[in-house]
Design a binder for this molecule. Structure first.
Ligand SMILES: Nc1c(N[C@@H]2O[C@H](COP(=O)(O)O)[C@@H](O)[C@H]2O)[nH]c(=O)[nH]c1=O
Length: 213
C-alpha cells in the first residue's frame, strides 16, 4: 500500500492546525504565547524591545512580518538553533492542545508535508516542518491508538485477496477467524480512528459498502 501524503499550510485548511499560524496558544519558557509562530519568530532576537513587539503582534503573520523586517538583527547563531526552537514549539503545541494532538495522531501513517509557496527548508524539498511533526507524532504515539493506526490490521480484501466477498471462506476457517479479529480491531478504534482507517483503505468495487454493514 503506498503511503499517502497530507499537506498543510493555511490554518483554515483541513489539517490546518499543523500550521504554526493556527490559533493555538503555547506555554513555553514560563509564559504563554498567542501562537507557535509568535514564539518561533520572537526566538530569533535578543533585543528586548523587538521581542516585545513580536510577542504583542496581533496576528501570526504580523509577528513574522516584523521578524523579517529586522532580519539583520537576528541572533548570529539562529540557523544553528532554529530546528530545536521549532521542535520545542510543535511539541508544546501538540501536548497542550487536545484538538491538535488528536488531528496529528489520526494522520498516521501518512507523510506530512508543509505545502510552502516559498522556501525549501520548512516545507518544499527539505520539509523540515513536516519531518518534525512526524517525529512528534511518533513520540506521542508510542502506545495507544496511534500504534493501532500506524500498524493497521489490513482489511479482509487485502489480507486474503483469494477470497471473494461472497465466499463461504469468510464464514468458516481462516477467513472467519480473521473477520472476527478485524471486527475487534476496527470497532476498538475511536470514531475518528475509524474514519481515518476508511480513508486509508478504500474498498475495491466488490467490497463497496463494507464499512456500512
Ligand atoms: N514557507 C511558508 C511559510 N513558512 C512558515 O514560516 C515560518 C518560518 O519561516 P521564517 O520566518 O522564514 O524563518 C514557519 O512557521 C514556517 O512554517 N508560511 C507561509 O504562510 N507560507 C509559506 O510559503
Amino acid at each position: 500500500m503506498p503511503v499517502e501524503s497530507i499537506y498543510f499550510l493555511n490554518p483554515e485548511d483541513p489539517f490546518g492546525c499543523l500550521s504554526n499560524a493556527s490559533r493555538h496558544q503555547v506555554y513555553i519558557d514560563g509564559m504563554s504565547w498567542q501562537t507557535a509562530e509568535h514564539y518561533f519568530q520572537t526566538a530569533k532576537f535578543k533585543d528586548a524591545k523587538l521581542r516585545y513587539a513580536i510577542i504583542r503582534a496581533e496576528t501570526p503573520d504580523e509577528a513574522r512580518r516584523i521578524a523579517h523586517q529586522h532580519r539583520r538583527d537576528q541572533r548570529p547563531d539562529w540557523h544553528k538553533i532554529k530546528v530545536g526552537v521549532m521542535r520545542k514549539a510543535l511539541s508544546a503545541k501538540a501536548r497542550q492542545n487536545a484538538d491538535v494532538r488528536a488531528v496529528l495522531l489520526i494522520t498516521a501513517p501518512a507523510r506530512l508535508k508543509q505545502h510552502a509557496k516559498t522556501g525549501d527548508f520548512w516545507g518544499g524539498k527539505k520539509n523540515m516542518l513536516g519531518k518534525l511533526w512526524m517525529q512528534e507524532r511518533d513520540r506521542l504515539g508510542e502506545s495507544g491508538e496511534f500504534d493501532s493506526l500506524n500498524r493497521p490490521l489490513p482489511p479482509p480484501w487485502e489480507k486474503y485477496p483469494e477470497l471473494h466477498r461472497a465466499s463461504i471462506g469468510w464464514r468458516m476457517g481462516y477467513g472467519e477467524a480473521y473477520m472476527e479479529e478485524w471486527d475487534a480491531y476496527f470497532y476498538g478504534l475511536s470514531p475518528a480512528g475509524r474514519s481515518r482507517y476508511q480513508q486509508i483503505f478504500t474498498p475495491p468495487k466488490e467490497w463497496h459498502g463494507f464499512y456500512d454493514r
